[in-house]
Design a protein around this ligand. Structure first.
Ligand SMILES: [Zn+2]
Length: 440
């Protein structure tokens, strides 16, 4: 017998995640924030019933690297490599954010993520007002870590530089506020080796470890960056981060496009994971990350869209498809089967996102973070293989429903309780105001 907050998905094609096969005609009963029952012909009196015939039910996507603060900058920084892209555009724009512009940037991010089936996210933010981003994820219902960014005076961007002690204090007070929250947590995000002194990296790592907080930084994205780090520190970037105390499953490095064979082994030995952002790596001309090789070594990998200005979508379907394509270009057509890519996309954040190992599978007792994806598009027809459909044919418009912790946050084009058009309008208005502040 189901209680009031129960939802029964009926007759779905089910991919329950992990190594599970695709099964037809499955029912899934969700009660509260958890999956209660999975099987055929489940009866649940009083539960809301959702007919899923012809649709695939699967675990929601976990995007382990996005910048909610940058969504308002979509289209404003085109056709540039990483360092000028940051210096000329992204950093001045981030410095111009006020709480109102950051709030709507985060709302636009959350709404785009939900309509594309992303249920959990690591959100790498800017140096100020990050509490606003946490409030948005909390209110809109996503599972999220939001991480205030650390940039010190060594980066040479006075508008963004924040004194490290003060920045860490602020992160600590946010972490205290969110302690015990079931869905939203706080992370630490030193920008990258070129924007932080060695002490900043060490202290942020120490604080993250003391507080059991996930830490993320960008690393080995472009050759110019790797060479500059070597020039400044006399070491390779990964060795430098290891010397700063970086290790363990709560630490994730983003990009890892240019990694020497030794650095790949160091990554494995350190227990850190790598976030693969194939669209950003392609658009900024960074290169193709050695994903297949890292998987063969056993390095944990996850996927993220990165920021809207270097993508320009926040769409996991696009990231999955490009992940497959790029590895096939570099390692041959047999590289990375669809199931491997889907596993990265649906459980890659388990070691550092809220919910942990209770996410990423549709089995009784796990958290109900689920998505329902149509298989009836022209681009699916004739439909043969569900998993390759999801990776190579599907797109955000195919997502019928997105559920986080048992709550439906997006369904058939709308967000229960949210006026999405008002958010869009406010986004346009806030972008104009933000640009006026940059030009001043
Ligand atoms: Zn990034």
């Amino acid at each position: 017998m189901a209680s009031e907050r129960a939802i029964l998905f009926q007759g779905a094609t089910l991919w329950a995640g992990g190594d599970d096969p695709v099964l037809e005609g499955q029912d899934v009963l969700v009660e509260g924030d958890k999956i209660l029952q999975v099987g055929k012909q489940i009866s649940a009196k009083g539960a809301e019933k959702i007919d899923c015939v012809g649709d695939v039910l699967l675990p929601g996507f976990q995007q382990t690297h996005v910048h909610a603060c940058q969504t308002l900058f979509r289209g404003l920084a085109e056709d540039l490599p990483l360092l000028p892209w940051l210096q000329k555009h992204i950093w001045p724009l981030e410095a111009a954010h006020d709480p109102a512009s950051l709030k709507v940037s985060a709302e636009l991010t959350a709404l785009e993520l939900l309509r594309g089936g992303t249920t959990a996210v690591f959100s790498f933010e800017t140096v100020r007002h990050s509490e606003v981003v946490g409030e948005v994820y909390d209110r809109l219902g996503l599972r999220a870590v939001f991480a205030p960014c650390l940039v010190d005076e060594s980066a040479g961007i006075p508008a963004l530089a924040v004194e490290t002690g003060k920045a860490l204090e602020e992160i600590q007070s946010l972490a205290k506020r969110y302690r015990g929250h079931s869905r939203v947590g706080v992370g630490v995000a030193p920008r990258f080796a070129l924007a932080c002194r060695e002490e900043t990296l060490r202290e942020s790592m120490l604080m993250a470890r003391d507080g059991n907080l996930p830490l993320q930084t960008h690393a080995n994205e472009q050759l110019a960056e790797v060479e500059l780090v070597r020039k400044r520190t006399g070491r390779g970037n990964i060795q430098f981060l290891l010397d700063c105390g970086f290790y363990g499953p709560l630490v994730s490095l983003v990009h890892g496009v240019h990694l020497t064979p030794r650095e790949r082994e160091q990554l494995l030995e350190s227990g850190m994971s790598l976030v693969h952002c194939p669209s950003a790596n392609a658009k900024l001309g960074s290169g193709i990350a050695p994903v297949q090789h890292l998987l063969e070594l056993g390095v944990p990998l996850s996927l993220g869209a990165d920021g809207a200005p270097c993508n320009n979508r926040l769409d996991m379907f696009a990231e999955m498809r490009l992940t497959g394509f790029l590895q096939k270009i570099s390692r041959g057509a047999r590289a990375l089967p669809a199931k491997t890519i889907l596993q990265m996309a649906t459980r890659g954040g388990q070691s550092f996102l809220p919910g942990g190992r209770q996410t990423g599978r549709i089995v009784p007792g796990h958290l109900a973070d689920l998505i329902l994806v149509r298989q009836s598009g022209w681009h699916h027809c004739p439909s043969t293989n569900v998993l390759t459909n999801l990776v190579y044919s599907s797109q955000p418009e195919d997502v019928r429903m997105t559920m986080v912790a048992g709550k439906i946050l997006y369904r058939e084009g709308s967000y229960p309780g949210i006026d999405a058009e008002e958010v869009r309008l406010r986004g346009t208005q806030q972008r104009a105001k933000l640009l006026a502040r940059v030009e001043r």
